[in-house]
Design a binder for this molecule. Structure first.
Ligand code: SF4
Ligand code: SF4
Length: 88
């Protein structure tokens, strides 16, 4: 039987608190999947917060959240419910 073709779903999702961000760019630098880019628009403090330029590439690893000094960003993993693992 052929494997079912699944549409590509993002494995994770990244959330940014734009107004808390200080635009340091650590999250952009350290994201292993190159999901993020700094926005051209400013937040109220005058910084460029990150945006998900390639949201489909996010795997929810939360490295961005670990590196952010201001707790302005975090990643979450999505959709683990469908994967069953039989353990005997
Ligand atoms: S690491 Fe945090 S403070 Fe720095 S640009 Fe990313 S979200 Fe903003
Ligand atoms: S959760 Fe991981 S893959 Fe997603 S934006 Fe953050 S560092 Fe990148």
């Amino acid at each position: 039987m052929a494997e079912k073709e699944k549409p590509k779903k993002p494995k994770g999702e990244v959330h940014v608190n734009r107004e808390v961000c200080k635009g340091c760019g650590f999250c952009v630098e350290f994201c292993p999947s190159h999901v993020l880019a700094l926005d051209t628009a400013f937040n109220r403090k005058g910084y460029h917060p990150p945006v998900a330029a390639k949201p489909e590439a996010c795997n929810g690893c939360n490295l961005c959240g670990l590196y952010c000094p201001d707790f302005a960003i975090f990643g979450v993993r999505l959709g683990k419910a469908e994967e069953d693992s039989d353990e005997g």
